[in-house]
Design a protein around this ligand. Sequence first.
Ligand code: ZN
Length: 169
Amino acid sequence: MSGLEDLYREIILDHYRSPRNRGELAVPPAHRVEGFNPLCGDEIVVYLQVEGDAVQDVRIGGQGCSISQSSASMMSAAVKGKSVADARRIIASFKSMMSIHTQAIGGEPDDDDPDTVDGAQALSADDLGELAALQGVVKFPVRIKCATLSWNTLAQGLDEVAAGVSAGG
Ligand code: ZN
């Protein structure tokens, strides 16, 4: 298992050192949303360009620990160019991956229990690709908020765009 953990650590460090989609987008037309994790001091700014039902572009700003920043980088790469529906599905799968492990830490691991997968359309571990590297974070529950910060921020941004909050009002 240590070989896999080394690989995961390399993926996280690679995204931390060379973050994807780093920068800003003009607002408007892009939508800007901020997230903050007071437990760790992580800040994430997500710039979101949604056209029709597609996430045309994503840019990431902010600063914080390696987990929060590499997770944001992986997120941007995962959802950029996808449909809004696919982006929401990826968000749900990622958060489900984190919450399954949270429950496993807190209580009895129910490996036989199909209840652990609520999201009917959850992606498989293979589909998550690089995102699986962040599974290791769940061994440190305080870091889970670091890993999910950018995803919650993106979800908020998608909600706001869908509600028309960015329309200059
Ligand atoms: Zn953090």
